[in-house]
Design a protein around this ligand. Sequence first.
Ligand SMILES: [Zn+2]
Length: 197
Amino acid sequence: MTTFFSCDDFIEKARAFHGCASPGLMIGASMTELALHSLGRIQDYHALCETVRDLPDAVQLLTPCTTGNGRLHVLELGRFALTLYRHFDGRGVRVFLDIAKTAGWPHIRRWALGSDGSDDRARVRLEHEIRKAGISILSASPVQMKSVFLQDSVRETMVACIACGEPHPAAAGPLCRACAGQSPYVPKLPAVARHMP
Ligand SMILES: [Zn+2]
């Protein structure tokens, strides 16, 4: 397996951070390392993941890019791909799992096409293939990011929402987005109703 990191070391970190060293996380680690290598290991870079599944955690484990520091962007495009790019000019490299290169790796191919080997033997074989295949199942190509991904996030002016009272961006208007109908929570029942049988 051609890698730039210690596989066992990564598995241990992955278990502590992600809960397990899933196939997606293992492949994601190779993708991150290939992207880092292609980028030339510069300091000022951001990451973009095209899926919410596994990849963002591989990036967070192996790079300084996290969702919390604003350097990891996640777009749910449903593609198992990630890009690392220079923040100052948007030039970067996109790495993806190349299905054309999985012909010799039947378990990886099945996993990539959505059928999870559910029994233990299939899982062991999949992990074995991932370790052996390394970066050979990946492709990389240069990309130029759109300018929206280069702008530094400017701290917005905040005002108190007229309904919940919590600070929110003034640009959204007097109601915060949650009170304006985008709340993910079921509305609370009035106190009186809660005590009714
Ligand atoms: Zn509100």
